[in-house]
Design a protein around this ligand. Structure first.
Ligand code: AMP
Length: 114
């Protein structure tokens, strides 16, 4: 998926401010942060969204959230807490068609979202 911006970040073709990486996942700082800490955690493998990932490789989603927890702790977001967001499709506000989990923290996160 050479036209996918997050595939290109995963391959190193596009630079990103990385916070964590392993063979399967990558976490990097959002280019347009909405909180003092705003990271995106992605699988290197391309899935359009969480629905596709759950269908094709459900166990990967559990590992993805293990990385979310690890990254949140490493960023000092515990025990105060943080917000995870996984926008899916147009009504979910998804703008990049590669599965990603937003990790937002460092301030109180209001509810409900707009
Ligand atoms: P979503 O709207 O849920 O699909 O989120 C996509 C996120 O990716 C947005 O918060 C963007 O600011 C972020 N984003 C887009 N391009 C880049 C990039 N090259 N590096 C870091 N974050 C990006």
């Amino acid at each position: 998926m050479t036209d996918c911006v997050f595939c290109r970040i995963a391959s190193g073709e596009i630079p990103a401010k990385k916070a964590y990486e392993d063979e399967e996942f990558l976490a990097f700082h959002d280019i347009n942060p909405q909180a003092p800490v705003h990271l995106l955690v992605i699988p290197r493998r391309h899935f359009n969204d969480v629905v596709q990932a759950v269908k094709e490789q459900p166990e990967l989603v559990a590992r993805l959230f293990a990385v979310v927890s690890k990254v949140a702790a490493a960023q000092g977001l515990l025990p105060e807490g943080f917000r995870t967001v996984c926008n899916t499709g147009p009504n979910g506000g998804q703008t990049v068609g590669h599965l990603h989990v937003h990790v937002l923290g460092g301030r109180f996160m209001g509810w409900p979202p707009g």
